[in-house]
Write a protein that binds this ligand. Structure first.
Ligand code: NAD
Length: 417
């Protein structure tokens, strides 16, 4: 059914393309072409480890009936050396063509006029949902008493809010002009040399994020979706996020969801069977809840800035960013990635923890609908860490640990599948 034998760089490429179906779901062949960007710094080390683990899990789970055909896409320093561009046009086209890709961290070029390659990729490909699952792995040192109670997936809006990049420096002609418009047209007086940042948030931007969060909860039988906002203060942006979120749940998922208020007022405090509970929390209160009652939260949907803070705080709660996976997902493309940076001082030393990228690979397998393979990786990683076979970052905090290299950790995971 798929195209085969595509000519690329004088070689015949094997594998078939993934497609997006009319309902927005993926049509995944047994031999999908999946793009990978190796990344800079420690990228090549953690990518090699990740590829070994993912290939082994797919092979063992499906007895050879399924296989990923990896297609390298150039970006970052490797691309700049080869083509003079940080993210070549061909890479963007192939990311769209592949539909699914995984990437290592990329060093942000200094003084090149590009803010961040990652931000650029998210914007160009319209990857509007930043998805970060946060869970605990037994044995990992954590700063809290019951880290195992944390099991949440954060859906952070990726394209709007104060991160849209609309800001003017204090004293700039734009800031002065903006201040005069505020004064003359709106009668609002702002102190003379203020800097400004604009916080755009739209119904469409909010609702596509909330839609994907609710669909995710439904597809994985998770019991709640919580909107995290500062709507008590910023009524027309964060407050609207909350309002648009509830409206979307009621309009598009009336039989599959129930609000927290309805549970109390209409169902005597008991959630009707099979319904996802929709609730909301003010952001500051959510940080308390995450520490005090984490077991009551499953999927969190949040605007950009709240999500940024919350993702790192929750990751720290379960033992740090070195193990936190992530993905940036849009309607036509998804890119799975390590959440840490390129850690240049460890480049090529085969030393760092590949956990973040391996677990991003698990998210990717689940996105393909290959959950068995994902579970095999997670289970084997749980065993490896419980056996205290870990890289330096965890070894220095664990008693009786056996410190291994990045590649040896991957081997140890494969051995435990
Ligand atoms: P970093 O995450 O690269 O490294 C900070 C420190 O964290 C490292 O020195 C190391 O001690 C530790 N660390 C990071 N990853 C680890 C791992 N897998 N295992 C064990 N320890 C690990 O952050 P940075 O130094 O601020 O950034 C370096 C570069 O990466 C910058 O150019 C930055 O812009 C870029 N960056 C890229 C991404 C991305 O591609 N998604 C994310 C963040 C930063």
């Amino acid at each position: 059914m798929e195209e085969r034998g595509m000519e690329t760089n004088q070689e015949v490429m094997k594998g078939s393309w993934i497609r997006v179906g009319d309902d927005g779901g993926l049509l995944v062949p047994d031999d999908p072409v999946v793009g990978f960007i190796e990344g800079d710094g420690v990228g090549p080390d953690i990518w090699a480890a990740t590829r070994l683990v993912l290939d082994a899990a797919v092979e063992k789970s499906f007895g050879g009936a399924k296989r990923i055909f990896w297609r390298e896409l150039l970006a970052g320093e490797k691309a700049f050396e080869a083509t003079g561009e940080w993210v070549p046009q061909e890479t963007l086209e192939m990311l769209r063509r592949c539909v699914v890709a995984i990437k290592g961290p990329m060093t942000t070029p200094v003084g090149e006029g590009i803010r961040s390659l990652n931000v650029m990729l998210r914007q160009v490909l319209d990857l509007y949902a930043c998805v970060r699952p946060v869970r605990y792995f037994k044995g990992v040192p954590s700063p809290v008493r019951y880290p195992e109670k944390v099991n949440m997936v954060i859906f952070r809006e990726n394209t709007e809010d104060l991160y849209a990049g609309i800001e003017w420096a204090s004293g700039s002609p734009e800031a002065r002009r903006f201040a005069s418009i505020l004064k003359e047209e709106f009668g609002v007086e702002v102190s003379g040399e203020s800097a400004f940042g604009v916080k755009p948030m739209s119904r469409r931007g909010t609702q596509r994020l909330v839609r994907s969060a609710i669909r995710y909860a439904l597809s994985r039988n998770l019991s709640s979706v919580t909107f995290v906002h500062k709507g008590n203060i910023m009524k027309y942006t964060e407050g609207a996020f909350r309002k648009w979120g509830y409206e979307l749940a009621a309009e598009e998922f009336p039989d599959a969801t129930v609000t927290e208020a309805e549970v109390l007022e209409e169902h005597g405090g008991k959630v009707p069977f099979g319904r996802v509970v929709i609730k909301d929390r003010i952001a500051d209160s959510m940080f308390q809840q995450a520490l005090l009652r984490p077991e009551e939260y499953h999927v969190l949907a949040t605007p950009n800035l709240n999500g940024d803070y919350l993702s790192d705080a929750l990751a720290a709660q379960v033992g740090g960013l070195g193990m936190a996976p992530g993905a940036n997902i849009g309607d036509s493309c998804a890119v799975f990635e390590a959440t840490h940076g390129s850690a240049p001082k460890y480049a090529g030393l085969d030393r760092v923890n590949p956990g973040s990228l391996i677990l991003s690979g698990v998210m990717m397998l689940e996105h393909l609908g290959w959950d068995e393979a994902g579970r095999m990786v997670t289970g084997a990683m749980e065993k490896t860490i419980a056996d205290r076979v870990v890289t330096y970052d965890l070894a220095r905090q664990m008693e009786g640990a056996r410190e291994v290299k990045c590649s040896e950790f991957a081997q140890a995971v494969v051995e435990r599948m």
